[in-house]
Design a binder for this molecule. Structure first.
Ligand code: NCD
Length: 644
């Protein structure tokens, strides 16, 4: 069977063990590399293509060195930005093309799940050298190799992992591997940089294990005050619950069983992957020779995937417990062993390894993945199965992206046969199951999306008009006045309408401003489903074809037709944020129907309209309406269980 290595889960335990064993032989052979025949020639005549869309020193050079040492050759674009990617070529096309030049591909990319998309299109094995914040399985092989050599075993050892666990892909792959090999894990995230929920969920599901959580400050405190540095709680689940609250160390000590820490694995803050600056100035674990002076740390080894950015003081570099340079050096023998395995196993190629197999219960259609950095939001993927279902005990269900592993809440479900949709509620899980079995299930991001796909709500009650054309006009006049009152300098203002109805309302506001003040305010159209980094200008405006509005250093007013739960507004804010750092962001809505699930308050509201959850408010605008009439209507839909 051929083999892509996209995630650490793609390698079976025995395979990892055999790679680590073979890497030791490779390391010995490298020492004797001057002797004829010392190095295996297992890649003779084969070519590796390295595709790096992100900076790399260790990973790329050690992959390339490994290939040369095995007697193979390497081809590579010196900088993927100067490749066809700069002309807009998709990753899928690049992978397809380059795989016809090489026998193995090594990819590093900034989008989560990129490796999987490339593998789907590659005709040769592909190795993931880091995809966004998702996984970095070959770094984990180096980490395990170094750790096992230092400690003799992985089973039962205690490893603390500290730093940016939210975005650090090396930590993501490592925690999954350590749990598999039955190591005990203590995690020390900086505040706001905790492991993502999907990851801990996976570790819990797959290995029945939840790591213990500690705070950066604990490391020193514990080293000073108790005999053992780290603590395995008697009731780990309870401790995990405390991650977000302050809790008393004494109390934990009373519950804990002392053990020694075998390794401390540090990671750097992934500044280039941050979507906000809320974590500026948070307490980050930093270690120096003082930390390692405590007698309880006599046998604790210190690891880091590098590059370090101040987490580990240089005064530890000569300390025999500092293993980070050995980790980096292990890159060559470990990747030699891996490449040899991948090339030897090649018998035709298909995406069918452990983590790529279409899972039972995977959904054919699905909404957009909730992770803004997921490749499925940036590039069309061919795979029909983008998600699997995950059902929680309480009947709550969400989708898990097969590309980036992130979770997406199920909001609106539809039936392809009846062309009807319904808001997803927990008791409806049975329908979800049944429709899935009948291949009739469609999942939408929002009611808006369902209606735009011409789905009707499950059995409509009678429609009632709640705002006439005149009332809509008056509300828009008032919204415009209020926006103008709050905006001293019109040149700094940008109005952004949420597709589709919000965009037409925004356009009407811009027209009103032009009539009142004679000023042309920039108008953008935002697609919360789109996921890009720019907001296109309103189409049709002269001279702005294909242009984007400028968000940075502007006051932005987001306009939408209806606010209900607040999720669309939150997504819209996130889109604005990705397009630039505004001076301020305000939200204007025609109707607030108020079933907020998020603490979001629109700045300007045309009409407050308390509604029942089963009611649906629809803003019909003349630009979009068959009768070319403006009105707001309300109707209710009937529970499909009652309808059935
Ligand atoms: C890591 C990476 O690229 O994720 N570096 C590496 O491969 N050794 C870690 C990092 O950049 O922080």
């Amino acid at each position: 069977m051929s083999r892509h290595v996209l995630a650490i889960a793609d390698l079976a335990d025995e395979e990892i063990e055999s790679i680590l064993h073979r890497a030791e032989e490779m390391e010995a052979a490298l020492v004797r590399r001057g002797d004829a025949g010392a190095l295996p020639r297992s890649a003779a005549g084969r070519i590796m293509a390295t595709l790096f869309y992100e900076p790399s020193t260790r990973t790329r050079l050690s992959f390339e060195a490994a290939m040369w040492r095995l007697g193979g050759a390497v081809i590579s674009a010196s900088d993927m930005k100067s490749s066809s990617a700069s002309k807009g070529e998709t990753l899928a096309d690049t992978a397809k093309v380059v795989s016809s030049y090489a026998d193995v591909l090594v990819l590093r990319h900034f989008w989560d799940g990129a490796a999987r998309v490339a593998a789907e299109h590659a005709d040769v094995p592909l190795i993931n050298a880091g995809d966004g914040s998702h996984e970095h399985p070959t770094q984990t092989l180096c980490d395990l190799y170094t750790l096992k050599r230092a400690k003799g075993t992985l089973r039962g050892i205690t490893v603390a992992i500290g730093g940016d666990l939210k975005r650090g892909r090396t930590a993501h792959s490592l925690v999954r591997a350590l749990a598999r090999f039955k190591a005990k894990i203590v995690i020390i995230p900086a505040r706001g940089m905790e492991f993502p929920g999907w990851l801990l969920q996976k570790v819990a599901e797959e290995h029945g294990y939840r790591p213990t959580v500690a705070r950066p400050g604990d490391l020193k405190a514990l080293a000073r005050d108790v005999n053992a540095l780290y603590l395995v709680p008697a009731r780990p689940h309870q401790l995990t619950l405390f991650t977000d609250t302050e809790f008393d160390l004494e109390e934990r000590l009373a519950e804990a069983e002392p053990i020694t820490l075998d390794a401390l694995y540090m990671t750097r803050p992934q500044r280039e992957r941050r979507d906000d600056t809320t974590d500026d100035g948070v307490e980050y674990l930093r270690v120096d020779s003082d930390t390692f002076e405590d007698p309880t740390m006599r046998h604790t080894v210190l690891m880091h995937p590098l590059p370090r950015t101040g987490e580990i003081s240089q005064d530890l570099d000569r300390d025999p417990r500092a293993l980070y340079f050995r980790q980096a050096a292990s890159g060559v023998p470990v990747r030699m062993a891996l490449v040899e395995m991948v090339l030897a196993e090649r018998v035709g190629c298909e995406v069918g390894t452990a983590s790529t197999r279409a899972e039972p219960g995977a959904t054919r259609v699905g909404p957009r993945c909730a992770n803004p950095n997921c490749i499925t939001r940036r590039e069309e993927v061919q795979s029909e199965r983008r998600f699997r279902f995950h059902r929680e005990p309480a009947g709550r269900a969400h989708l898990v992206c097969l590309y980036c592993d992130h979770e997406t809440r199920i909001q609106v479900i539809g039936n392809r046969k009846s062309k009807r949709y319904h808001l997803y509620e927990e008791p409806m899980y049975g329908y979800l199951d049944a429709w899935l079995r009948e291949d009739a299930l469609v999942i939408f991001d929002s009611v808006k999306q369902a209606e735009e796909a011409a789905y009707k709500p499950y059995k409509l009650g009678p429609q009632k008009s709640i705002m006439s054309a005149q009332e809509i006009d008056r509300a828009l006049d008032e919204l415009t006045d209020a926006i103008l009152r709050d905006t001293p300098e019109l040149k700094d203002l940008v109005i952004v309408g949420v597709r589709t109805a919000g965009a037409f309302l925004a356009q009407r506001i811009v027209e009103r401003i032009r009539a009142l003040r004679g000023a042309a305010v920039d108008l953008g159209v935002l697609d919360v489903q789109g996921g890009g980094d720019t907001i296109p200008s309103w189409p049709g405006a002269p001279g702005v074809e294909g242009a984007n509005v400028t968000i940075a250093d502007h006051h932005v007013v987001i306009v939408d037709d209806v606010i209900n739960t607040g999720w669309t507004a939150k997504d819209a804010l996130a889109c604005v944020w990705r397009a630039g750092r505004p001076l301020s962001a305000r939200l204007a809505v025609l109707v607030d129907r108020g079933h907020r699930q998020l603490p979001l308050k629109p700045t300007y509201v045309g009409k407050h309209l308390p509604t029942a959850p089963h009611e649906r408010v629809r803003v019909r605008l003349r630009e979009l309406d068959r009768e070319h009439r403006d009105r707001v209507v309300i109707y209710s839909y009937v529970d499909p269980k009652a309808a059935a």
